[in-house]
Design a protein around this ligand. Sequence first.
Ligand SMILES: *[C@@H]1O[C@H](CO)[C@@H](O)[C@H](O)[C@H]1NC(C)=O
Ligand SMILES: *[C@@H]1O[C@H](CO)[C@@H](O)[C@H](O)[C@H]1NC(C)=O
Ligand SMILES: *[C@@H]1O[C@H](CO)[C@@H](O)[C@H](O)[C@H]1NC(C)=O
Ligand SMILES: *[C@@H]1O[C@H](CO)[C@@H](O)[C@H](O)[C@H]1NC(C)=O
Ligand SMILES: *[C@@H]1O[C@H](CO)[C@@H](O)[C@H](O)[C@H]1NC(C)=O
Ligand SMILES: *[C@@H]1O[C@H](CO)[C@@H](O)[C@H](O)[C@H]1NC(C)=O
Ligand SMILES: *[C@@H]1O[C@H](CO)[C@@H](O)[C@H](O)[C@H]1NC(C)=O
Length: 682
Amino acid sequence: MKTIWILVLVVFYNGISLNGVATNVPTRPPFVSIGALLPFNSTIGKVAKVAIQAAVDDVNADPSILGGTKLRIKMQNADKSGFLGIIDALKFMETDTVAIVGPQSSVTAHAISFVANELQIPLLSYSSTDPTLSSRQFPFFVMTARNDLYQMAAIAEIVDYYGWKEVIAIYGDDDYGRNGIAALGDKLAERRCKISFKAPLTPAATREEITDLLIKVALTESRILVVHTFSSWGPVVFSVAQYLGMMGPGYVWITTNWLSTLLETDSPLPAGTLDDIQGVLTLRMYTPDSELKRKFVSRWSTLTSGTTAYGSNPMGLSTYGLYAYDTVWLLAHAINAFFDQGGNISFSNDSRLAAMRGGSLHLDALNIFNGGNLLRQNILQVNMTGVTGKVKFNPDGNLIHPAYDIINVIGNGIRRIGYWSNYSGLSVVPPETLYSRPPNRSSSSQKLHGVIWPGQTTQKPRGWVFPENGRHLRIAVPSRVSYCEFVSQVPGTDKFAGYCIDVFTAAINLLPYAVPYKLIPYGDGVNNPSCTELVRLITAGVYDAAIGDIAIITTRTKMVDFTQPFIESGLVVVAPVKKRNSSAWAFLQPFTGQMWAVTALFFIIVGAVVWILEHRLNDDFRGPPRRQLITILWQVTCNIICSLIDCSEMVPPHFYLFYILSNFVTISEFLNLHIIEVHFLA
Ligand SMILES: *[C@@H]1O[C@H](CO)[C@@H](O)[C@H](O)[C@H]1NC(C)=O
Ligand SMILES: *[C@@H]1O[C@H](CO)[C@@H](O)[C@H](O)[C@H]1NC(C)=O
Ligand SMILES: *[C@@H]1O[C@H](CO)[C@@H](O)[C@H](O)[C@H]1NC(C)=O
Ligand SMILES: *[C@@H]1O[C@H](CO)[C@@H](O)[C@H](O)[C@H]1NC(C)=O
Ligand SMILES: *[C@@H]1O[C@H](CO)[C@@H](O)[C@H](O)[C@H]1NC(C)=O
Ligand SMILES: *[C@@H]1O[C@H](CO)[C@@H](O)[C@H](O)[C@H]1NC(C)=O
Ligand SMILES: *[C@@H]1O[C@H](CO)[C@@H](O)[C@H](O)[C@H]1NC(C)=O
């Protein structure tokens, strides 16, 4: 009986699983269409085009990846910008692809992402790294490279590492530039640094515009310049800076990864360009060294044979090429998982778009990809290892383990001075060696190799100069007529001198940044000015601060902040001085008749006590009353004198006279002291 049940169960079970297999693996289509939208002739695009094509060929060559299905790629040259670029992209989206690799620019990505949301076609961009392309607003936009947010965090950490406080941002005034610089501002603020001057340039800035802007930049205080743009004027900025003498000692130039991309793609750059960028710091997305990466790099020259970058130079492989290659692989893995989960490829007319029919925009030609949401989820679940290392998304839609190489441009090439990783900050060892340890962001663990700064110097630039055009702090100085040692105007000049001025200049020289100031005399120079009125003028905004011997009193502390008092005073009681006639007997003056009477009374009481105690034991206190009285007087006098002059050992009574004479000066001083105290207390 039992065996029959088991048999039935086995049969039943087999039936279910067979059915499951049958429904879970529908016949896969022979090919899947994917799109790629990129400008073929841009620095990133020409590399990415080769890499994407290579990746598609590699995926198609290995039937195990997609179970026999082939990828069919449609590439569209998106070399137009602005509205035309968007229309081009829209037309491309009519072609029923399941996913699109691209767009390349963050500006187009913003516009296209709305369409992708509507049509449920995932966009996988390896180069639109604008931090505001958030996965919350644009769930169908997937950033398959490093978010610029991390690049900006890296720059902020470098700035903080070298102890600079203010930077100047030079950027293209488009979504990419503005949003990147906004992220930089946030990251700097986390480290109590800031962008002191924002210098936007139009995406098509001319040399004249760049010159005008850099002249303005040179007049400001900060010497730390961050350049963030992919516009073609990037290298021109350095050429103009070289011309204006801004590539010399004292300047620090930090660029985002556009410069490293240029250096890798068009290497070697024309000699003139290389001369202009000596000493610049730039970032590069970090990709760990691996067998896969080495293989791909060695294949690169065969892949690019026939194409050239500049003149006859071969086209170099930039990090974007690696990310573009992995993006196609990522998509292939996701499509495979999509088919595994029973997804099928079908499009349907968008009823909402169809309702807007009319006019001559053929919006109804845009179709919704029915499996879009499933494919998107599979893309975010991918867990693979590619030429860029581990490819995996964290819950907020960014690739895990963001890291950058920090590069110093020297001579003909580049030198890596360290790494930045989101995990442990700045280090000189590759980030993947740190992931096994707990994150350590203590300032002592942050480290970079030495840098050769612009002007061929290894000395860390101070980062600021006294600006030519900045607003000066207006600092009031009381022009006093008394106590000129504290603060006074040097006669006949507009300079000031004195103890307070010295303390102020010493303190301001200790600051790590420049504080331009102007000392303004306050008062008519005939009478001492009122310090309370001066303090009030600070609150009224006439002055920004004041230097001088201004007493810290309660009413004033309610209006302004004071420094710590720097003239030592301590706690004192001030009493009026009384002129008194001095004579040798002056010390007797406080002794009034009443006091003499009290003293005599005490004398008698102490004498009586001594007599009562000593009378029975001591022979000296016996005999005739006169003798007893003399002994008592002696004893009491000795006691008093002893307590005054602190005789530690008993001496014979006749010595006391000598003692009193020799110490007469001491005693009179002692009494005088007490007189003064008594006087103060009265
Ligand atoms: C590609 O760009 C280069 C400059 O970057 C330009 O000289 C060339 O004419 C462009 N080619 C095409 C086909 O647009
Ligand atoms: C597959 O496509 C058919 C229509 O072609 C549709 O009815 C079915 O629901 C689709 N299956 C899935 C899992 O999307
Ligand atoms: C969508 O509509 C167009 C015309 O508006 C039609 O040609 C096309 O076949 C429709 N597609 C589907 C999947 O219904
Ligand atoms: C991702 O893949 C690695 C092996 O390549 C594996 O160790 C890890 O557990 C996987 N992670 C997830 C979340 O599946
Ligand atoms: C970067 O670091 C922060 C804080 O340490 C963490 O919250 C965030 O998830 C990290 N990002 C990634 C992509 O790992
Ligand atoms: C962090 O690194 C510093 C220096 O390398 C070390 O002294 C410190 O103990 C480390 N802290 C932790 C929590 O590992
Ligand atoms: C000081 O001496 C003058 C005269 O020599 C006398 O008029 C005055 O009263 C004396 N003052 C005191 C406080 O004894």
